[in-house]
Design a binder for this molecule. Structure first.
Ligand SMILES: CC(C)(COP(=O)(O)OP(=O)(O)OC[C@H]1O[C@@H](n2cnc3c(N)ncnc32)[C@H](O)[C@@H]1OP(=O)(O)O)[C@@H](O)C(=O)NCCC(=O)NCCS
Length: 147
């Protein structure tokens, strides 16, 4: 399905929150997204919108600072998964990091999240350690992609 990638704006937040609440057991609040968009000058958030259609089908975000990119979130609406949209969002963030001259992209992912870990491995991320009880109920696997 052809989609366009564009910056996340405040008017996207209703749909972002629907996807967020459906995708994560500990979802971010709307005010967290709002403050990322408005207040955080290091934040870069994007959405995937079908070329034919209004409703966004996925989003991703990162903090880009000190020569590194830290991916903070990535989700695709359940009905649109396994169509390459997660890959497209991730590629866009990797491209943006490259354009900024960053040398490294990293992220945390739940140990049990095999779908996401498989996606990241496909794009060259490698496991480089863990954060114990990062999600309170589970450890995080730290994954890194050198650029
Ligand atoms: C992880 C997620 C973003 C993937 O999005 P997607 O649009 O389905 O991903 P793609 O269609 O681009 O798939 C790319 C690769 O991801 C992996 N993958 C995606 N879904 C998978 C599944 N159900 N089982 C195994 N691997 C899977 C595969 O390696 C796949 O490559 P392949 O199709 O060649 O096998 C999506 O499953 C999601 O939103 N999950 C809930 C939120 C989440 O866990 N986000 C990550 C937080 S760190």
């Amino acid at each position: 399905m052809p989609v366009s990638i564009m910056p996340m704006s405040l008017k996207d937040l209703g749909r972002v929150m629907a996807i967020e609440n459906d995708s994560f057991s500990m979802p971010w609040s709307e005010s967290t997204f709002r403050s990322e968009i408005i207040d955080n000058r290091f934040a870069y958030y994007i959405v995937a919108r079908p070329v034919e259609g209004q409703e966004i089908v996925g989003y991703a975000g990162a903090w880009m600072l000190y020569g590194e990119t830290h991916i903070t979130t990535l989700a695709v609406y359940r009905l649109y998964r396994r169509r390459g949209i997660g890959s497209l969002l991730l590629l866009h963030l990797l491209q943006k990091a490259l354009l900024k001259g960053h040398k490294r992209v990293y992220l945390e992912v739940r140990d049990s999240n095999l779908e996401a870990r498989s996606l990241y491995q496909k794009f060259g991320f490698e496991q480089r350690g863990r954060h114990e009880k990062y999600y309170f109920d589970e450890d995080a696997c730290i994954m890194v992609r050198n650029l």
